[in-house]
Design a protein around this ligand. Sequence first.
Ligand SMILES: *Cc1c(COP(=O)(O)O)cnc(C)c1O
Length: 371
Amino acid sequence: MKTVPLVDLSEQLKRLSPELEASISAVLERGDFIQGQALQRFEENFSRYVGCRSTVGVNSGTDALRLSLLALGVAPGDEVILPVNTFFATGAAVSSVGARPVFVDVDKSDANLDCSQLEAAITARTRAVIGVHLFGRLCDTDAISEVCRRRGLAFIEDAAQAHGASRGGRRAGAFGDAAAFSFYPGKNLGACGDGGAVTTDDPDLADRLFKLRNFGQQEKHHHELLGLNSRLDTIQAALLDVKLRYLDEWTQARRSLAAAYARGLSGLEGVEVLTRPDNEQSVFHLFVIRVPERDRVLTALNESGIGAQVHYPLPLHRQPAFAYLDYPEGAFPVAEQLSRDILSLPLYPELSEVDQEHVMVTLTRILNERS
Ligand SMILES: *Cc1c(COP(=O)(O)O)cnc(C)c1O
């Protein structure tokens, strides 16, 4: 049986292996494994790519969120607003600094934060809003920035799925007070292991972040802040610096594939494309559709060798870990409906036309077998 996985990095790694191996060898020769030359070089190059003043490499996207919250002074008793439909880590980062996650429902057209409900969620304890650029598509950064400015709140971007996504010539990571990126291997820019970064234009915030990731010290054994050990390994930074050169090319490939999906699926009854390809700014981390009888379709796709998955099957308020927040079922009707309807189709820059066609033919056959 022909199989098409959701993500397959093998071809990309094969193609880049001479360059990747050379970059690792250079680090091995220098031996500067912690906060070495290649880390600084990658941070400079990533800042240039994003269009921000500073990049602070950290050990994961989760820590990028966590350290951003700490650097902004978010503390126990504070509230942080975020969309209820996102990866678990967005909410867990808030809980991890002792603050309370406050969820807001999402817009059904793109699954991002519904900004019309943002102000109603603000209380006297609110300190920050995390806007997630879900599936590679920017959230409404204008609306969130405006509310945050007017209400004196920090705006943190969760850009873990959106490296290179842009609006009006400005890229993800350059809209908020701070932005968190993940370099988990399957992200649009992925390391060969865990990694993350915070980007910011604020020099004081950057200074605190550089300390927070390294035991709160600038000078060795002089600990000004209660920092952590959360550095981006020099080897991972060296690998990321190589891959960054290919990111725009990969984004183009993702956009072409997304456009082909949208064309190919446009005639299918009941199928709705969530990540619209006419949106030039999306970097299509995932290609998400709504389908009738989602559970049946998903099972049949998987049984036919298509690696479709659901992002995400449970909105955060339905996750057992967040039961302590006491949100009832039905509190976020749009996110709950989406979680029952959506599925993500295979999408990665090296996905071949033949394999993509196979995905669409298989999906069409399954939809026609409708009960
Ligand atoms: C991947 C991801 C994270 C967490 O990043 P890690 O590097 O895996 O810790 C956070 N938020 C979103 C939206 C993500 O997709």
